[in-house]
Write a protein that binds this ligand. Structure first.
Ligand code: NAD
Length: 316
C-alpha cells in the first residue's frame, strides 16, 4: 500500500512506515497536480502538514484514497467532516508538538525581556561604533521569575507552557471557557515531579493580572485579542501569538505597541501566511519567527512515528 507525504515526513516516520510494509513517497507535488499524482500512483494515504490542502474537490476526485493524515495539530487545511462522511480515515498527532511550541514561547519571552529581538538587529550594524549607546538602550531588562504569565486557551500547548512557567518560578493565570481546572505535572531530571492544580479564571482576570499573555486557542473566526482586549492588559505587558494568524488583531497590536501600551509582542503565526504584513516584520518591538512552533527535530520525529503507528493500525 502506498503513502505519499506531500509536505515531508521525518526519516523516523519513513523508516517506521517501511518497516510496517508501506511504500512511502515524499516528493513535493504542486497542489494542482496532486489529484493526478494520487490517482496515477495508486496512493492510499496522503500525509500533509500545513502547506498542502485536502479539500472536497480532491476527496471527490480520488475515490481510492483511504486516509488523510496531518502531521501536527490544526486541521484547518483539510475538509475533515466531508472526508469522514465519505468513509476516509482522518488522523493527526495532536500532542506531538506541544512542548516544542511551549519552548518557542519561552525562547521569545526570554529574548523579549532582554530586548534580544532588537539587539540582534542592531549589533551587526552598530555594535562596533556605538557599543556604549547600545548597552544603555538594552539595559533595564526584566526577569521572568515572579512575573505572571497569562495563558489564553489551556489545552495541550497552554498546559505545556504553564509547565515551563511553573518550573521557572512564574505565576500562571489561565483562561479557557471549556476547562475549569487542570493538573500540570512539572518533571525534574531525577524523576521527581510535582503536580500543581491550576483553576482557570475569567478572561478579564487573566488580561488585567498578567505581565505577559500567550495565546493557545484554535483558529478563530474573529480575533480573541482585539483592541478592547489588548486595552485591558497591563501597561508595558507583552503579547505572544504562536497559535494561529488572526487570533490577534494585527493592526490593534501595532497600535498598542506604537502607543507604548504594550512593550513588546512575539509572533510565530500571521494573518496571510506566507506573506505576512510588512508593518509587523519591520516593527522594532516585535520578536519574529516564521511559523516554526512545531519545527523541532524531536517534534517531527514524534509526528512521523505517531502517524506511522496510526496508519499501521488503520490500514496495515
Ligand atoms: P488544544 O485543543 O489541546 O487546546 C486548545 C484549547 O483552547 C482548548 O482547551 C479549548 O477549550 C480552548 N479554547 C477554544 N476557544 C477558546 C477561546 N475562545 N478562548 C480561550 N480558550 C479557548 O490545542 P493545542 O494542541 O493546545 O493547540 C492550540 C493551537 O496551537 C492549535 O489549534 C494551533 O492553532 C496552534 N499550534 C501552533 C503551532 C505553531 O507552529 N506555532 C503548532 C501547533 C499548534
Amino acid at each position: 500500500m502506498k503513502i505519499h507525504a506531500n509536505d515531508g515526513i521525518s526519516q523516523s516516520g519513513v523508516d517506521a512506515l517501511s518497516d510496517f510494509g508501506f511504500t512511502i513517497t515524499t516528493t513535493n507535488v504542486a497542489q494542482e497536480q496532486l489529484i493526478n499524482y494520487i490517482n496515477e500512483n495508486d496512493i492510499s494515504g496522503i500525509l500533509v502538514r500545513s502547506a498542502t490542502t485536502v479539500r472536497k474537490e480532491l476527496i471527490d476526485a480520488c475515490p481510492d484514497l483511504k486516509l488523510i493524515g496531518r502531521g501536527g495539530v490544526g486541521m484547518d487545511n483539510i475538509d475533515v467532516a466531508y472526508a469522514r462522511e465519505k468513509g476516509l480515515h482522518v488522523i493527526n498527532t495532536p500532542a506531538a508538538s506541544s512542548s516544542s511550541v511551549a519552548e518557542l514561547v519561552f525562547a521569545h519571552l526570554f529574548g523579549a525581556v532582554r530586548f534580544l529581538y532588537d539587539s540582534n538587529r542592531n549589533m551587526p550594524l552598530e555594535g562596533d561604533t556605538k557599543f556604549k549607546a547600545l548597552k544603555k538602550s538594552y539595559s533595564g531588562g526584566t526577569e521572568l521569575r515572579g512575573k505572571t504569565l497569562g495563558i489564553i486557551g489551556f489545552g495541550r500547548i497552554g498546559q505545556a507552557t504553564a509547565k515551563i512557567a511553573l518550573g521557572l518560578g512564574m505565576d500562571v493565570a489561565a483562561y479557557d471557557p471549556f476547562m475549569g481546572e487542570a493538573t500540570v505535572t512539572v518533571d525534574f531530571f531525577n524523576r521527581q515531579s510535582i503536580d500543581i492544580n491550576i483553576k482557570t479564571c475569567s478572561f478579564e482576570e487573566v488580561l488585567v493580572q498578567s505581565d505577559f499573555v500567550t495565546l493557545h486557542v484554535p483558529a478563530q473566526d474573529k480575533p480573541t485579542m482585539g483592541a478592547a482586549e489588548i486595552a485591558k492588559m497591563k501597561k508595558g505587558a507583552g503579547l505572544i501569538n504562536a497559535a494561529r494568524g488572526g487570533v490577534v488583531d494585527e493592526q490593534a497590536l501595532v497600535n498598542a505597541l506604537e502607543s507604548k501600551h504594550l512593550s513588546f509582542a512575539a509572533i510565530d503565526t500571521f494573518v496571510n501566511e506566507p506573506t505576512p504584513a510588512i508593518k509587523l516584520l519591520m516593527h522594532p518591538s516585535i520578536s519574529l519567527t516564521p511559523h516554526i512552533g512545531a519545527a523541532t527535530n524531536e517534534a517531527q520525529d514524534r509526528i512521523g512515528t505517531e502517524l506511522a503507528e496510526q496508519i499501521k493500525n488503520l490500514l496495515g
